[in-house]
Design a binder for this molecule. Sequence first.
Ligand code: ZN
Length: 436
Amino acid sequence: MISEKTIQAVRDLDIAVVLKPYVNLTARGSSLVGLCPFHSEKSPSFSVSPRKNLCYCFSCHRGGDGIAFVMEKENCTFEEAVERIARDNNIPLDFTNRQMSDKEIEDAKHRESLMAALDVAQKFFYDSLRITFSDEARNAQAYAYGRWPEEFCSTFGVGYAPKDGRAFMEYCKRKAVDTDLLIELGLLKRDKEDKEKIYTAFRERVIIPIRNRWGRVIAFTGRYIGTNDKAAKYINSDNSEIYTKGDTIFGIDRASRVRDAANVIIVEGAPDVMRFNILGYDNTVATLGTSWTDHQFEQLKKYYQAITFVPDSDVKEGELFGPGFIAVIKNGAEAIRKGFDVTVREIPFAEVELTDEELKELYPDGVPDDAVKIKPGKNDADSYLKTAVDFTSLSEKYFIVWLAEKRFFEADSIQKERNAVSEIADLLRYVKDSLT
Ligand SMILES: [Zn+2]
């Protein structure tokens, strides 16, 4: 196996250097452009962003980092691409298996074959979204490109799993991927009754790849876009030897590559991370629907000293805080305990119009002309942030101060104020105890 050190060195290479044998690039503004190496063309559609270390073709919509480019161009595996780039650029090829036991080598080989199977699946999903002659794919494109720009979908690797699961099975068979590996990854499932019967787990879903810090696909999350009310909105890959939900940080591949960011932004979910990436904040991460674990904070610590939480703004009837704020209080305290500098940026509440019934209840004697007809509502970071200016204009507070203000501001009774005081005192004590 190629060592992590070699993979990191290859990842750190300027993408223009990696692409040099394949395409002639010339500077245009902050980008480099050239004739696309994937198809013949007369005017250049192929664009490279040295700042993001990513490339993209505006014509055939292929894109990604240097390793993904070489995988596509040379039709090779991740390891082969890393090896090729390392050799071309005089990066010493370190292999880790010299000191490994037979068992460790066996395990490492197994993990590598799981990831190779995922590479095949990723290519299938990626290509399935980009079929031009199918109504089904066009429908999926309408959803994906309605939510995220097409260029972003390409470099991020957004794909589609068709409704008919046989297409996926047949593709994997053609590529000689072992069925047991796909079952282990949770991409194929065995029928509970008839064990001989196998079906595809992801169907009629827009597919978002989950990557490790090297940018390798280790799992998928799939957003259902069909019409069956009973289908779960999101499903994820099963845990496997290469993917554990509670250990994985969504967005770490990009966030670990940012060199000049003062802090890492923690948001609530994968769609928020994608929105922040689109706005230019690659230093954004989230868990996959769980609270932050020690192991996740330890991983972040390798790259960042300061954390800024951007929770969704949400309200809950009869409660002081919505679930987003409660999660930040819990995770924020844990992060302080882990030695991070923690701040919070607040997204303003959405304004929800009161219904006629609510108005009638508020004003039983008739609604006055100057009546307030709106109430605060949930604002997802994902839906609120449309431009980078939206983000920079958000208020930022030191965590403890923010917490105190928030609690007092929202306390509408003496009892709630008292509760707030004692909760903050508890939290301060907790943080202090943890640090000593
Ligand atoms: Zn192209």
